[in-house]
Design a protein around this ligand. Sequence first.
Ligand code: TK8
Length: 346
Amino acid sequence: MKKFLTVFLLAVMVLALAACGDDEGDAAVKSDGSSKGEVKTIRAGLGLNDLHPQYKGLVKFKEIVEEKTDGQIIVETYHSGQLGDDRTMTEALQLGSQEVTIPSTAPLANFVPEFGIFDFPFLFPTVEVADEVLDGEVGKKILDKLESQNLVGLAYWENGFRDVTNSKHAIATAADFKGLKLRTMENELHLEAFRALGANPTPMAFTELFTAMQQKTVDGQENPLATIYLQKYYEVQSHVSNTNHVYSPFVFLMSKSFYDDLTEEQQKIVREAAIEAGEYERQLNRDANEKNLADLQTEGITYTEVTPEAREEMKQLVQPTIDKFTEKIGKEIVKEVYDAIGEASK
Ligand code: TK8
């Protein structure tokens, strides 16, 4: 009996040691066999699918970070709303149950109102001006406001100039918006701007959009060409117009609690990787614009060119919305953005 107990206790000790050994196995081991310390995992979720430049940019971020940290930080990538929509993933970052998401600025206006400025219709004249303003002083000032929401904004990426699609008729002038049921992002300003154009807008999470168009709950939506083509909206929409009514940035968001737990060197690596991958993503998005439009037409979508005069009329109609939200968000910061646009446009 005594012998049995001795063997049993020995077996228990061996198993306990082996179990401890497994925990050690979780710590990354460098090529020379030395321990890298605890491996940190970034769960990065996107709303768009894996064909979109946004996902390709995230893969670039993953490659840079895993290489530069020698595997101390690993990045798990999720697309097509697998982890939720922009708003719910942003809330997950605040709670610390997810580490990265890259939403459009529009839903972010619900967390930091100043992001609403980037939804002012016809704000940015070109992508070059947008880059200079967003990557400059006032863009950084607005990113820094995320910290009060337990979020860190590491970089601006590109969603792009937004165009309207619908399943009813061509949109050439503001009058063509009349009565159209258009899905907008969950943002007061978008809603009011499309009401001012005569549409009948409804806010909806991106993850519900395709089904809503399929079931004719909405007649149309507005997004950049890459999204319209790569999410196959040509299957449920018959018309697209180059309204270019808003230039949408994405924001590379990280959970502040996760960021604060990184070493200074790791913080530098993830910040620089988000910027480098963002430059890559912006270029991918721009290079594909012409082909996306051509491919949409090949798939049977009717393209309508909006004339400068028609766009000017749209600008007049949405000006009261811009004036109202300038008051709401704050005249000073809005002026800073417009001044930066003026500078960058010279
Ligand atoms: C994707 C969204 C999308 C946005 C929208 O997560 O909601 O229409 O333009 O890109 O952020």
